[in-house]
Design a protein. Sequence first.
Length: 214
Amino acid sequence: MILPRLYPILDTESLTERGVTLETAAAAFLEGGAGILQIRHKLHWSRDVFESAKQVARLCREAGTPLIVNDRADFAMLLEAGLHVGQDDLAPRDARGLLGPGAVIGFSSHNVDQLSAAGGEPVDYVAFGPVFPTASKRNPDPVVGVEQIRRCRALVEKPLVAIGGITLENALDVLRSGADSVAVIAGLLPQAPTARSLRERIEQWQLLLKIEIV
C-alpha cells in the first residue's frame, strides 16, 4: 500500500469541541485533496453518529478516497470501509478474517516490541507513536520521539504512519526520520473552524508535504 504523506483523522470529540460536524470536516478535507480519511469515534455509536459516518463514506466513495474506521470492525463493515485497530482491540488476524483480503487494515504500535511484532500481522500499514506529546488521547503511551522512528524504521517493511502531536512545524522532521505518512488530528483544526478554513488548513499541509524529503 502506498500511503499519502498526510493521513487526516476525523476525531469526533475534537470536532465537537470546535463546533464542526463530521460531514463538514470530511467534505472540506476531501476538497482540499485528502488522500485518505479516518473516522475516530471513541464514544457510543449512536444512530446520529452512524448516519453522519454514512455521509462521510458516501463522500469518500464519490472522491475515490479510502475511508478507515478506528476500532470498530462492525461499523467498518457496514460502511464498506477499512479498519484501524489498536493493541487492545480486535486482533489484526481476526479483523482480516472479518473484512476479507481486500480491506485496508492498520495497526497501532507504541514501542519497539510492538512495532517488531506488527510486521508479521496481516495489516497494510503500521502506526507508531505518540511521536510528541498529544492531547487527543486519554492516557497516552510514552512519547517515542523522532530519533526512535529513525532507529526503529528498519524493523518493519510495511508503510509506517507516525502519529501524536505532529504539527506543521515538525512534520517534515518526522518524515525525514523514515515515516511514510503523518497522522494528524489537532493540527488540522483551526480554533473556530469553518468549511473554508478547514479546506485552507489542509491545503497548507498538502503544500508543505510536497517538499522533497531528503
